[in-house]
Design a binder for this molecule. Structure first.
Ligand SMILES: Nc1ncnc2c1ncn2[C@@H]1O[C@H](COP(=O)(O)OP(=O)(O)OP(=O)(O)O)[C@@H](O)[C@H]1O
Length: 454
């Protein structure tokens, strides 16, 4: 389909001439007044529009055109407006550009000149659209509702979260402590059609068993000693919305049965009550324990596990996504320094290397705390190795050599040694494997002081 062009022109003969001359290149629509132009622009369907500044009710005055230009910038900010002005109205053209017009073309119109201007502006529009798309994709692949990650596993995880949010099925998020399970649950909720309703969060591991039941399902007045009024449980509070059951692995067996019943039938009963209450709640559960193992050990009901695990989301520990560590660290530095208005702090190379070689048993939360702690210690503009206080990794860090040359030399040495090993020091075969000539390999062997007996 040819791209759409809007011609805003009140002079019927000129509009007709332009339409006739441009219809074989563009899908041309015309508007002979500002109101009609605004209505058409609202669709956002026109990458480019031409605008004759003199519009009714004052065709000899450019003010109506200027006003429309300003509104067009708001109604359809991506439309490039080409202003059509009289030859002797240079001032108006300049003013129009100042108000946001992309270009101008003088009257009397030379159709060939207009075609060149249009072509250029349609091209710019295409490039701008492609750039916006790239930026959106880039942003989407690096973060999702505050979750940062550039590693392939994290970008894959963002895609999984988006998919999960399109349905109403239960989601089971598994991952070590501090990996971002709650963040992932919030992202699923925020992206889902239920995002305007409540997200109710309960940590099943933090509440004693006897209280957890009434916290979740509510109780009737007099249900037990001390129940002097009726209590609405989290399930009812989450009606139409989402219930996030954190640390589901810690849920006692008796409550696992009640949860299973809810998932199967969509109903609950309050403690001490006999009324069956039908609810519409999406369940997201999370745990740091290996639930499959817990099922094997009969600590968790197998049927409930399968009911919850309809959409499994597994968040890998930080040590399995090393690419994310510095991105996260810099994110936390930026976020915190903005808060405390202390710009320009950055990690020293040694500190950066220490962060990537630490094993992070506490995952992202531990990294975040480590950065916050370091920020309180860092003076001047640098966060040093000592500021991080990662005592257990310090001894393991070799003196730093972050030069590209050293990295290349290391890689070179490694592959040459491997090639020589697999070919039993046969220079011709090794050179072939490495994709270099024999003399080059000889030079490289000399450079790396690799001694061969052949
Ligand atoms: N990908 C991420 N990007 C930015 N911040 C993150 C990311 N993952 C985790 N965090 C931060 O790390 C901390 C821990 O995250 P969260 O509470 O979601 O983890 P969790 O797995 O639910 O932890 P727990 O197992 O203790 O319940 C939070 O402060 C969160 O903001």
């Amino acid at each position: 389909m040819p791209p759409k062009l809007l011609i805003i022109e009140d002079e019927p003969s000129l509009a007709k001439q332009m339409k006739w001359g441009l219809s074989d290149i563009y899908q041309v629509c015309t508007a002979n007044n500002a109101d009609k132009a605004k209505t058409l622009l609202t669709s956002g369907a026109f990458p480019v529009a031409t605008l004759d500044l003199g519009l009714p009710p004052f065709p000899n005055n450019p003010e109506q055109g200027f006003k429309l230009l300003e509104s067009a910038n708001e109604i359809s900010p991506h439309t490039r407006i080409i202003v059509i002005t009289g030859n002797d109205e240079q001032e108006n053209a300049v003013k129009a550009i100042g108000l946001g017009a992309a270009d101008f073309c003088s009257k009397p119109l030379d159709l060939e000149v207009l075609k060149i201007i249009l072509k250029r502006n349609f091209r710019i529009c295409e490039l701008e659209a492609a750039n916006r798309k790239l930026q959106e994709e880039y942003q989407c692949s690096r973060s999702l509702y505050g979750m940062i990650g550039i590693s392939p596993v994290m970008t894959g995880l963002f895609a999984q979260i988006r998919k999960a949010s399109e349905t109403d099925y239960p989601v089971l998020i598994q991952g070590e402590t501090g990996t971002g399970k709650e963040m992932a649950a919030r992202a699923v909720f925020n992206l889902s059609r239920r995002s305007q309703e409540s997200l109710i969060i309960i940590n099943c591991g933090a509440i004693p068993e006897n209280l957890l039941e009434s916290e979740l399902f509510g109780h009737e007045k007099g249900a037990f000693t001390g129940a002097d009024s009726r209590k609405t449980g989290k399930f009812e509070l989450a009606d139409k919305g989402t219930l996030f059951l954190d640390e589901i692995g810690d849920m006692p067996h008796t409550l696992q049965v009640k949860l299973l019943r809810f998932i199967q039938e969509g109903t609950i009963e309050r403690v001490g009550g006999s009324r069956v209450i039908k609810l519409d709640v999406r369940i997201i559960a999370a745990t740091h324990v290996n639930l499959e193992q817990a099922v094997k050990e009969k600590r968790f009901r197998e049927d409930l596990f399968y009911r919850l695990n309809v959409i499994p989301i597994i968040i890998p520990p930080l040590r399995e996504r090393l690419e994310d560590i510095l991105v996260l660290a810099n994110h936390f530095i930026r976020k915190e320094t903005e808060k405390i208005q202390r710009d320009g702090l950055s990690l020293s190379p040694a500190a950066a290397a220490a962060l990537t070689s630490h094993s992070w048993p506490g995952n992202v939360r531990e990294l975040q705390n480590c950065i916050f702690r370091a920020l309180t210690k860092a003076d001047q503009g640098i966060i040093s190795l000592a500021d991080l206080g990662l005592s257990n990794t310090l001894e393991n860090i070799e003196p730093l050599n972050l030069s590209i040359k050293a990295a290349r030399d290391n890689a070179e040495l490694r592959v040459i040694s491997q090639a020589m090993a697999v070919t039993d020091n046969n220079i011709s075969q090794a050179a072939k494997l490495l994709g270099v000539s024999r003399p080059t390999l000889h030079d490289l062997l000399k450079k790396h002081e690799i001694i061969t007996n052949k």
